[in-house]
Design a binder for this molecule. Sequence first.
Ligand code: NAI
Ligand code: MG
Length: 501
Amino acid sequence: MGEVEKRGEHAPAPAPADWTYAPAPEGRDIVTLRERYGLFVGGEWLEPRSGEHYATISPADEEPLAEIAQAGAEDVDLAVGAARDAFSNGWSSLSPSERAKYLFRIARILQERSREFAVLESLNGGKPIRESRDVDLPLAAAHFFYYAGWADKLEYAFPNRRPRPVGVAGQIIPWNFPLLMLAWKIAPALAAGNTVVLKPAETTPLSALLFCDVLRQAELPPGVVNIVTGDGRTGAALVQHEGVDKIAFTGSTEVGKAIQRELAGTGKKLTLELGGKAANVIFDDAALDQAVEGIVNGIYFNQGHVCCAGSRLLVQESIYEPLVAKLKRRLSTLRVGDPLDKNTDVGAINSRQQLEKIQELVASGEEEGAEIYQPPCRLPEKGYFFAPTVFTNVAQSYRIAQEEIFGPVLSVLTFRTPDEAVEKANNTAYGLSAGVWTEKGSRILWMAQRLRAGVVWANTYNRFDPTSPFGGYKESGFGREGGLHGLEPYLEFDGAETFGG
Ligand code: NAI
Ligand code: MG
């Protein structure tokens, strides 16, 4: 201000020396971290009986943030017991409009505290603050609002079927959308009258632990939601616990398969939302500049840590060259760096383990003969970062075309005819999502009928809404989350047998 005044009204502003963005960091002060967290069981913070803790870090600079409890089998047992008591002693028989009241409160508190949650989410998980602020938080609140609305309308949602809650739901979530996955899991479970034991991912427990504060603020009865932290061993103990009636899991296909084997024959209900290797199909009549934005959003959003990421780009041969040229040019404008900077497009990779997995798969792509492109960008020296990457000359058999990389890495393939596009798009063990870019509405419908994917986006990508069901085919899992479909796994119906899946 001072300088502007000194220059006076008529002096022209000096031309900037260079056009790079000045840092625009989001303040961290709004977040108060404890040194050490316990387990949230029966509405209280408990020290873990296991006696074990581990450090959770910020992946952007490897700075330790807090000590987290590693819950053991005994701790999980306490949490399941608390959830069972809460289920039997009031929650399941509470009038549905009362249940809705708590969900509405939670939704409103999330909105009120959204900046705090967004900063924490970016700090602990590495995603750009712009995304946690504009996507994760609004959607998390929207899920609670949406399911709050159904809580007292279940009889209308499922007419003549007498819906009843299942009981205690064990929920295991991943690290890519920590709070949003919590909302996807907890909101429908509570709306349907269940109680919950939720285990966040080991690298991103902090937003789930802050959420316990929201539950207290909302005066949710103790034990209705319990949060146990820890790694896969804690998850396995929850899956194996006899007092759990339903398991909902989002994570790797490998662990999903192990859980399905474990639960076979137990009568517990199960839904699995697993990996993906989605095709994003660009026809030659598509609006190319819009398609490029959709491609970028499809694979570089959240560093590509997205189960429905558009990781296989299928381009019609006639537009291959101009499209790839536009894409590479667009890539050079992406800013990689500090997740808490408001200008950052691509933040930190969630963990060292995930960074190593990305590096390994990228090396395999180069060895198998694909051509790699990375825009010139300087990565921060500390922390876990990976430059946005495009592979061309990719054959369908390459690992980078088959395996889920879960990083900012795109594999480009080509096709000539719509039939070939469908064949290549479906040539995967997964089936979670797909994208289609074309000017022709008839072709969108033609494609959508043939793509074996739970969600097909047309002329857009990675769009979410709580009213819209989401889930997979084949090795992407089964069961749907979101919408009315998302309530069904949390309900029993008169005359219906209980069975896994
Ligand atoms: P993961 O499947 O091991 O972890 C997901 C959740 O499951 C975490 O909470 C973890 O603690 C828990 N878990 C791990 N082992 C378990 C077990 N035996 N029983 C019960 N729960 C268990 O995934 P991870 O190792 O973090 O990532 C590996 C790969 O999986 C990623 O590179 C990515 O390809 C894929 N993935 C897919 C996700 C999706 O949204 N579909 C989310 C996270 C990972
Ligand atoms: Mg794992």
